[in-house]
Write a protein that binds this ligand. Sequence first.
Ligand code: NDP
Ligand code: MG
Ligand code: MG
Length: 329
Amino acid sequence: MVQKYYESDADPRTLEGKTIAVIGYGSQGRGQALNLRDSGCQVIIGLRPGGSWQKASEDGFEVYPVAEAVKRADIVQILLPDESQGSIYRTAIGPYLKEGACLMFSHGFNIHYGQIVPPPTVDVVMVAPKGPGHMVRRTYEEGKGVPALIAVHQDATGKARAIALAYAWGIGATRAVVLETTFAEETETDLFGEQAVLCGGVTSLIKAGFETLVDAGYAPEMAYLEVLHEMKLIVDLIYEGGFTKMRESISNTAQYGDLTRGPRVIGPEAYAAMQEILEEIQSGEFAREWMLENMVNRPVFTALTKADEEHLIEQVGREIRGFMPQFRK
Ligand code: NDP
Ligand code: MG
Ligand code: MG
């Protein structure tokens, strides 16, 4: 079983006198920085001029250009977009790291696929909250926390794990649970999860169901409510109590259909596709494709995003949500 850590396993004194530079102030940067500050840590922000810089200043942080923030820091948490981390590291982070500093990530991509190769004189760790940045912040404010993964890639000072645990405490993660993993395991499972199940799997499943109903002549509004709107209600039950709780709540008819028809939708072909997708992740092929895509200004990313934005399910969805009070801001 994996190693688990809780509140009493972290020693907040590990962070005493240390300056933490959070590089990037987007989803994770903002959530983590605000929590750390409320936990009593000394936090500065590294950015380029722009929207995030302004936001961080408004939130009362000292903001510096990335290189300047790195020079001042004992712990450097890199919360930039994964696809930009390598080039920013080479120009503005690597050359300015203090000896014995701790370089930190919330996702293993750049270390695991060799986009960033830190010097042997620094600690390299991961503290990866298992939730989006606004949840990291909201649960902390409620006195709770989002679980996190920690991993140690390189332990130059002998304190790498202690620092990662203390940081996890600072963002509130030890209030939930912290699990130990490796950069390889976190990176590969994270990519697989988002591609095959959470994002890619779910959107493709919804689209296939929607198109099947609409092509058969059913009203797009009906199809939308059945295969997209209700998805959240079902997933909430699974989240709370697994398949068992969900099946207790649905009708017997729904349960029989679930048990006998589900495996026909996700059959041998889907298993084979998942295997292939996993192998592309493990071999680095996906990482190479994504880095090359970025080098040519993301033509595939842009075209496919646009095509989906124009899909009938998105048009119908905007219309239906417009009628439903719970979606009005
Ligand atoms: P966002 O895209 O939300 O934020 C990126 C930040 O980086 C922005 O503040 C942006 O500022 C800044 N930035 C971008 N380019 C530069 C640059 N050239 N120089 C300086 N600053 C720059 O990222 P996320 O928070 O989503 O992701 C950060 C990391 O956290 C990633 O490794 C991701 O995998 C990981 N992660 C994310 C989760 C999530 O829920 N989003 C969950 C768990 C991990 P600007 O306004 O100037 O563009
Ligand atoms: Mg991810
Ligand atoms: Mg129904």
